[in-house]
Design a binder for this molecule. Structure first.
Ligand SMILES: CC(C)(COP(=O)(O)OP(=O)(O)OC[C@H]1O[C@@H](n2cnc3c(N)ncnc32)[C@H](O)[C@@H]1OP(=O)(O)O)[C@@H](O)C(=O)NCCC(=O)NCCS
Length: 155
C-alpha cells in the first residue's frame, strides 16, 4: 500500500471510494434511507475536486487503485473526510492515513483537531485518542442522521 498526498486527478476515484464507503461500508450503522440521504449519488469528479480543494488529503493506493482517503482542513483543524472501501475496512488503512495527518498537524503546530464522526468513525477516533463531546443530529435531504462531535488536543 502506498500513502501519498491526493492529486486533482484523483477526484473521481475519491468520489467513488466515498460513495461505496457510505452506501456499502456503513450498512451496519445507518439505514438504507439514511445512507441514500448521506450519499444520494456518486459525486461528479469536478464537484469532488472542488470539495477537497484547500484540504490536506492523503490517499491509500494499492495496485488496484485508491482504497481510502482522509482529509484535514489545515485552517481550522477539521478532520473533514475519512472513507475506506468496504473490502479494505479493518486492515489499518484509516489508522495509517490518520497518523500521517496528525504528524502534519503537529508539524504545523496545530493545537486541536475536531470532527463530526459517524457511528463507525467514533470508535476509530477513540482508538486514536480522541474524546467525544456530544451527540449531534444532522439533516440531509429531510432525513436525520446521528453523528458525534469529537476532538483531540495536540498540546
Ligand atoms: C471509519 C472508517 C474510515 C475506519 O477505517 P478502517 O480502515 O476500517 O480503520 P482501521 O482498520 O485503520 O482501524 C484502526 C483501529 O480502529 C478500530 N476501528 C475502526 N473502525 C471501528 C469500528 N467501527 N468499531 C470498532 N473499532 C473500530 C480498529 O479495530 C483498529 O483498532 P486497532 O488499532 O486496535 O487494531 C471506515 O470504517 C469507513 O470508511 N466507514 C464508512 C464510512 C464512514 O463512516 N466514514 C466516516 C465518516 S465521519
Amino acid at each position: 500500500m502506498e500513502y501519498r498526498s491526493a492529486r486533482p486527478e484523483d477526484a473521481g476515484a475519491l468520489a467513488h471510494v466515498y460513495f461505496r464507503a457510505v452506501r456499502e461500508g456503513a450498512v451496519d450503522a445507518y439505514s438504507p434511507e439514511q445512507r441514500a440521504a448521506w450519499a444520494p449519488c456518486e459525486p461528479e469528479a469536478d464537484k469532488w475536486r472542488d470539495r477537497i480543494a484547500g484540504l490536506n488529503t492523503i490517499v491509500a493506493e494499492s495496485e488496484n487503485g485508491i482504497v481510502g482517503f482522509m482529509s484535514l482542513n489545515p485552517d481550522d483543524g477539521d478532520l473533514d473526510l475519512a472513507f475506506v472501501l468496504p473490502e479494505a475496512k479493518g486492515t489499518g488503512v484509516a489508522k495509517t492515513l490518520y497518523a500521517i495527518l496528525e504528524n502534519h498537524a503537529r508539524s504545523r503546530n496545530m493545537r486541536r483537531l475536531h470532527t463530526q464522526a459517524s457511528h463507525l468513525a467514533r470508535p476509530f477516533f477513540e482508538r486514536q485518542g480522541w474524546t467525544v463531546h456530544r451527540e449531534n443530529q444532522v439533516e440531509r435531504q429531510g432525513v436525520t442522521l446521528t453523528n458525534w462531535i469529537m476532538d483531540k488536543s495536540l498540546t
